[in-house]
Each structure stands twice: as C-alpha cells, then as structure tokens.
Design a protein around this ligand. Structure first.
Ligand SMILES: [Zn+2]
Length: 454
C-alpha cells in the first residue's frame, strides 16, 4: 500500500488509478492496490531465444519467471505445474533491449525552441510519461538517460521504479555538464538581457573546482551517471557543433570525482580533439563521435572506451534540416553538416574493434522509433547479431549492470522481449516488438499493450 501512503491528499483517486493499472495489466495479483504485479510463476514458451552472451540463435526454449527474476531457462517446450503459460512459439525471444542514450523528458518538435519560453518543467514531465510508455512498448526495458533540463528525469525514474507509470528502468544523468556558451548552456543565442550567468546548478562548469562541485551536486540530487559536453553539439543555437569546449583538466576532474562516487561518465563529442581529450581524460563512453579519426579509435581501443553512435539522431536531424523553419538557421546548418556523417563513422569504428553499445539520442527523433537504429547499424556494416548484443549484453556492461541485465539467464531480472520473425535474417523485425516483459510484468502481448488504462 506504499502508493496510498504517498498520495495522502488524493487517496480515492490514487486507489482508482492503481486499481485500473492492476486490472489493465492482465497479470496483476488480485487484491493488491499497488501498481502492476508479476504473476507468481510464468513460463514463456519461445520459438527461439537469442543467447546474447555467445551470439547464438537457440531453438525452442522455455523461460520460467518467478518474482520478477528468471528462475530457469531450458530447451524445448516445457509447461511447469502451476505456471501461467505464454505461447511465444512463433516468436524470437531475447533480453529486454537497452537504449544507452535517451532524453525521456522532451521530444523534437517544430515549436521546441519557442516552447521553452512558455512551458514549465511540469509540462515536460507530464509529456515524458507518454514517451516513457512508448519506449517500453517498443521493447526497451532499460535506458540510460543522458540529459534533461533541471533534473526532472529523476522524478520520472522514481515514478517508474515505484510502479506508478509504465516505462523503462532508467539510469539518469540529470542535467548534462558543460562550459559557458557550450552545448549544455541553457541560454545560448538569447538576447543579452536574458543570457544571465548559468552556473553549476544549471550544468555550467568553467574550472576544475566547478567540475568537482558539479559532480557532487549530481550525487546529492540522486543521479545515476554523469554526462559531459566536451564538444559543441548540433541542436543548441551556437556556432560550432564540434569545437573543443572543455579542458583536459576539467574532464579529468569530472572523471576522478565521478569515479569516487561510483558514477560512469558519458561524453557527448563530435570533434576529433574533444574525443581525444575525453578518452585520455578517462570517460567511459563517447556519444555520437562524428569526426572520430583513426587516432581516436586507437586510443578508445587502448582505453576500453565505449562508443554509442546514435546514427538515427544524425539521420533524423539531417532530414529535418531540409524542412524550412523546423530548426533555427544555425542549427539547420549544423544538422545538415554533421548528421549524415555518423553512420560512416560507426562503420569504421566497428571495423577498428571499438567497443560499441546501442544508443539513439531519443528525443532528437520521436520516442518509440528507437529500433530503427538496428537497421542503420546493419547498413553501416555491423552484423545483425552484433547490433542485438550491442543493445543487450554490451549496453548492460556499459551501464555496469550486467549482473542483472543483458542476457536471459537464471537469477537475472525478468526482462524479455520477442519479435515475430528472425532478426538475424531481417533486422527490420526489431521495429515490430510483439511481447514485452519487464521485471516479470507483461506490458505487451500479441503486439497489444496490456496497460489499457493508459
Ligand atoms: Zn543526447
């Protein structure tokens, strides 16, 4: 009854919503007023299962789920006594997908650059609940959320974790950190009297001291990971999308402090010099990496740095740059120049044996279309199995949660999705996820969402 205790001011409404959630889930335990609950024991009879640890397509496999965890995985069609059986015999099962780069509290739109003068944080957060549900129903049961406006993604994460709204398990960076006038600066291009002086709480750091304090503030505000902006970016209204915007000393200070607190550090970087500094500075992943050169790739292999390409974001932004008025002129110019290059960079990075995790920069394109990234990765030259591993076991390693996520293995969290076909033969089937289970709770079956109350 945790939910009712929190909502003391609106107990009746909260009880009604919770009841609808449980009824709509189709799998909720009777009598509970809490959010969707897992059936006691569930058996998923899969036509195939992708063994992401070994890169193998297995035959018919039964996955037994109990209490939100995988209890047993056995070959063939099994019907354990007392288990609720779900027939996925025409489907290919795999671990819940992980998107290593999302922004769940906003989304691209023609009015986005004006909305921020009219909308309060609450407007973004209310909409984010819809984006979160869309992302989950697309098969993404976990996301690494790499940037928001004022740490509002923590509220979204907490509501999802409490079972109040459906969405992916979130690990969030809160507000990204960068320098004055850089990609994280919230007042770029504003007229002079509105520019103000954004500081550490706004994600703006300009010294080693600021960097240390900024990371500690993220710890205090309950974030899970740190995101920095060592290079310019496409969608802010400043001149360069790839210049170097943080010193090596600032990056090293962020990384050292972050690692003290158990945070991994993700670095947005398009330019080769910014990538070099970030890798030498010790970051855990490079995001986008557009102008990554051979030296950068060599350094990344040496340092074991992950690469999260986000090809779909570059592709979408490049296409939108041709739509008159969709972006401000300087953003359109950057999107047209940088966007089309990411796919070729990703192909070269794969050949150079850089570690690659799946990530899309969701929000730059509409939430829920995440799986199109698989097709773009395959087009870039990556084998289909590699792309599925990038979105499961590899992304789980980048998250430092591979003990609970990334494979369908006894003891791990019961995150399982299925597609109606063989993605190794036709990767586009990843866009038609038909079954979604997260923490043992079914959110979609036979391609139909089961949380119909929402
Ligand atoms: Zn991003």
């Amino acid at each position: 009854m945790r939910y009712l205790q929190i909502q003391t001011q609106s107990t009746t409404l909260a009880a009604a919503i919770a009841a609808i959630l449980v009824a709509g889930s189709g799998v909720g335990a009777a009598g509970a007023a809490d959010a969707p609950a897992a059936a006691a024991v569930t058996a998923l009879q899969c036509g195939h299962l992708i063994d992401t640890a070994n890169g193998k397509m297995l035959g018919a496999t039964t996955i037994v789920i109990e209490g939100g965890h995988v209890k047993e995985v056995s070959s063939g069609v099994q019907s354990p006594a007392g288990a609720k059986v779900i027939d996925l015999s025409t489907q290919t099962c795999m671990p819940g997908l992980i998107d290593s780069h999302t922004h769940l509290t906003h989304e691209t739109s023609r009015t986005g650059y004006v909305d921020r003068f009219h909308w309060n944080t609450a407007d973004y957060v209310v909409r984010s609940t819809v984006y979160a549900r869309r992302t989950l129903l697309a098969g993404f049961t976990t996301v690494r959320n790499l940037g928001d406006q004022e740490n509002e993604s923590v509220a979204l994460r907490n509501a999802i974790n409490a079972g109040i709204i459906p969405g992916p398990r979130m690990y969030t960076a809160g507000k990204a950190m960068g320098s004055t006038g850089g990609h994280a600066d919230p007042t770029n291009s504003y007229r002079n009297d509105l520019i103000g002086d954004p500081g550490i709480p706004d994600g703006i750091i300009n010294s080693v001291e600021d960097a240390v304090k900024g990371v500690r503030l993220h710890y205090k505000m309950g974030d899970d990971v740190i995101k920095i902006m060592p290079s310019g970016g496409v969608l802010d209204e400043s001149a360069s999308g790839d210049n170097a915007q943080m010193t090596l000393e600032e990056i090293k200070a962020v990384v050292a402090t972050a690692h003290d607190y158990g945070f991994a550090v993700a670095a947005h970087a398009h330019g080769a010099e910014a990538i070099r500094r970030a890798v030498i500075g010790g970051v855990d992943s490079i995001e986008h990496g557009t102008y990554m050169d051979a030296e950068d790739m060599k350094l990344m292999v040496e340092h074991g740095t992950w690469y999260v390409p986000t090809i779909i974001a570059g592709d979408f932004a490049a296409r939108q740059s041709k739509v008159p008025g969709y972006y401000p002129p300087q953003v359109a110019a950057k999107a047209a120049a940088i966007g089309p290059l990411i796919q070729a960079t990703a192909g070269r990075a794969y050949k150079a044996h850089v570690k690659i995790a799946f990530g899309t920069d969701a929000a730059v394109y509409p939430h829920g279309q995440n799986a199109h990234e698989f097709e773009l990765m395959v087009e870039a030259g990556m084998p289909p199995m590699f792309t599925i591993q990038a979105a499961t076991i590899s992304a789980a390693q980048l998250l430092r949660h591979d003990k609970e996520l990334g494979t369908v293995t006894a003891g791990k969290l019961a995150d399982v999705v299925a597609v109606p076909g063989n993605p190794i033969e036709d990767i586009s089937v990843m866009k038609r996820v038909s079954f979604v289970m997260k923490d043992g709770v079914v959110y979609k079956v036979n391609s139909v969402p089961v949380d119909t109350a929402l």
